[in-house]
Design a protein around this ligand. Structure first.
Ligand code: GLC
Length: 555
């Protein structure tokens, strides 16, 4: 297979080669916390550019950047004030274009986040809507409704916000007006009305704006939320979230009308070469095929692995289901262990089954956490996610086995979840603490000043500097695994499940590579064959037993 680099990076010139996204290792860059070049405590594009050699060396095929657009950062940038401007704290649009070209020079594709469900309340459309008043054309781009009850003092529906509290806020600053607006997330994130043709046209234009600047793909935020019930039916006894069950005619999630939107987006992407879009759709797994039809999304995040307990049965079922689901529509499976919205898996896997991850950092008991076990399992899980066919999404710091910083002091918390949950959930800051690049310095090499969230002392020994060239480190494990994957696995999408016992997750890939994970409590017989890689650095090539919580790749 030819892999001659062309102007857009490492794209193959072989017309029969699978498109790049089907087998990519995609590295999620949470820009605000990745690398800070100007010392203001916030990561930026210049910082990312300075670290591209690190990402190229790690061997990733693509990066996905969380929103970098102009934003008040009330929800970490998912509150976009201008979709065509880079926030000045991150850099400029010119720097973004330079970054994209530099990534391509390194053979790295660039996926950007697009946030179509809502804008920031600081977006010019929302300002205009507030000023123009009830019944105006400006308001029709959002969901404005009169309230219920005496004087319209109650929200128009019983819909809850994902972040806690009602999904409606009244325009208190405008007492003679009194309308409520919808925000499925924070009040600073008013939901757009996707029945409005101008909203469709605007997003087609935004897609083209970034495609013309060279991006290779889009991660579509809250892809299951854009279309709302036409007459705003109450939720009543339906669940507020839909990932656990399929729900017919849910008033705001996973509605059938979404698919026409994504068909039209797909036709925009198809005007360009080799571009993709991936859905962030928190839905029941049985609904993925609808989003993955050949004229819609190229792929969707599969979040079941990210929610799975440490159980060979559960993970095995997820793998089986995810592979079959993707195959049924000609898409590819995706594997996600962590991202910027969940407790990091190095901590998750160190907590006993059944702990409520949302509230545990507040309520404890904190001595339930076995951090060493979590890290051991995180390393084993990484080898599973990297051995499976399809694309694997890594979150920055996964490769360092960074833990969740669950004990951040309340006064530094920034996530709106903390206040909107009435301080019952700390929210997502604990997985967003800036990257440690070196073992010392004011922010461990992240920048020249204090970082926007404090790093714990334990980050020093987990830094890139501390782990580089240490053959036992998690970073070197990732480097070797990604290199082996590229060498042995990438040209092949087959996977055969192997039955090695109830507590064992085992499968065979092309080139005879078998990935075997002992997810039980006792050692099992070491699988036969040449030991290519082990998540346990202490495991000898001549070992006769595979200890618990370890993955090996053998051939
Ligand atoms: C997605 C993002 C999350 C954000 C939310 C609202 O779930 O991943 O970080 O808060 O959408 O945009």
């Amino acid at each position: 297979m030819s892999t001659t680099p062309n102007a857009r990076g490492t794209q193959s010139d072989d017309p029969d080669a699978a498109p790049w996204w089907r087998r990519a290792v995609v590295y999620q860059v949470y820009l605000r916390s990745f690398a800070d070049a100007n010392g203001d405590g916030t990561g930026d594009i210049a910082g990312l550019r300075s670290r591209l050699p690190y990402l190229a060396d790690l061997g990733v095929d693509a990066i996905w950047l969380n929103p970098w657009y102009a934003s008040p950062l009330r929800d970490g940038g998912y509150d976009v004030a201008d979709f065509r401007e880079i926030d000045p704290r991150f850099g400029s649009t010119a720097e973004a274009v330079e970054l994209i070209a530099e990534c391509h020079d390194h053979g790295i594709r660039v996926i950007v986040d697009i946030v179509p469900n809502h804008t920031s309340s600081e977006h010019e459309w929302f300002h205009a809507a507030v000023i123009a008043g009830p019944g105006s054309a400006e308001r029709s781009r959002y969901h404005f409704l009169p309230g219920r009850g005496p004087g319209g003092s109650e929200p128009p529906t019983d819909w809850p916000s994902v972040f806690g509290g009602p999904a409606w806020t009244r325009l208190n600053d405008h007492p003679d007006d009194g309308e409520w607006y919808l925000h499925l997330f924070d009040p600073s994130q008013p939901d757009l009305n996707w029945d409005h043709p101008g909203v469709h046209a605007e997003f087609h234009d935004i897609l083209r704006f970034w495609l013309d600047r060279g991006v290779d793909g889009f991660r579509v935020d809250v892809a299951h939320g854009l279309v709302k019930h036409p007459t705003y039916a109450d939720l009543d006894d339906r669940p507020p979230h839909v990932q656990a069950a399929t729900v017919h005619d849910h008033p705001f999630w996973d509605r059938d009308g979404l698919h026409d939107i994504y068909r039209s987006w797909r036709s925009v992407l198809d005007e360009y070469d080799d571009r993709m879009m991936v859905a962030e759709a928190t839905i029941h797994a049985s609904r993925y095929p609808l989003y993955l039809r050949p004229d819609e999304f190229h792929q969707a995040f599969d979040f079941d692995l990210l929610r799975a307990e440490w159980s060979a049965k559960d993970v095995g079922e997820i793998v089986h289901r995810a592979v079959a689901t993707a195959a049924s529509v000609g898409s590819n499976p995706t594997w996600v262990l962590s991202n910027h919205d969940v407790m990091r898996h190095a901590t998750r896997f160190g907590l006993p089954h059944g702990v409520d991850l949302a509230t545990w950092s507040v309520t404890g008991p904190h001595d339930l956490l076995d951090a060493g076990l979590g890290r051991r399992r995180a390393r084993a899980a990484a080898l599973v996610a990297l051995a499976l066919p399809g694309s694997t999404y890594l979150y920055q710091g996964d490769e360092l086995a960074l833990p969740e910083v669950w004990d951040l002091p309340p006064e530094v918390l920034d996530d709106p979840v903390w206040t909107r949950s009435g301080h019952t959930e700390k929210g997502r800051d604990g997985c967003r603490v800036p990257m440690p690049w070196s073992a010392d310095g004011p922010s461990l090499g992240f920048g020249d000043g204090p970082p926007w969230l404090p790093q714990p002392a334990s980050f020093a020994e987990l830094s890139v500097e501390s782990q580089t060239a240490d053959p036992d480190s998690t970073l070197e494990l990732y480097r070797r695994a990604i290199a082996l994957r590229r060498e042995l696995l990438v040209d092949d999408e087959q996977v055969a499940e192997l039955d090695l016992g109830a507590d064992v997750l085992a499968f065979e890939r092309g080139a005879g590579l078998r990935s075997v994970t002992n997810m039980g409590a006792s050692p099992i017989a070491m699988p036969t064959g040449e030991l290519l890689l082990s998540s346990d650095p202490a495991l000898a090539a001549t070992a006769v037993e595979l200890p618990p919580d370890v993955t090996v790749w053998v051939r």
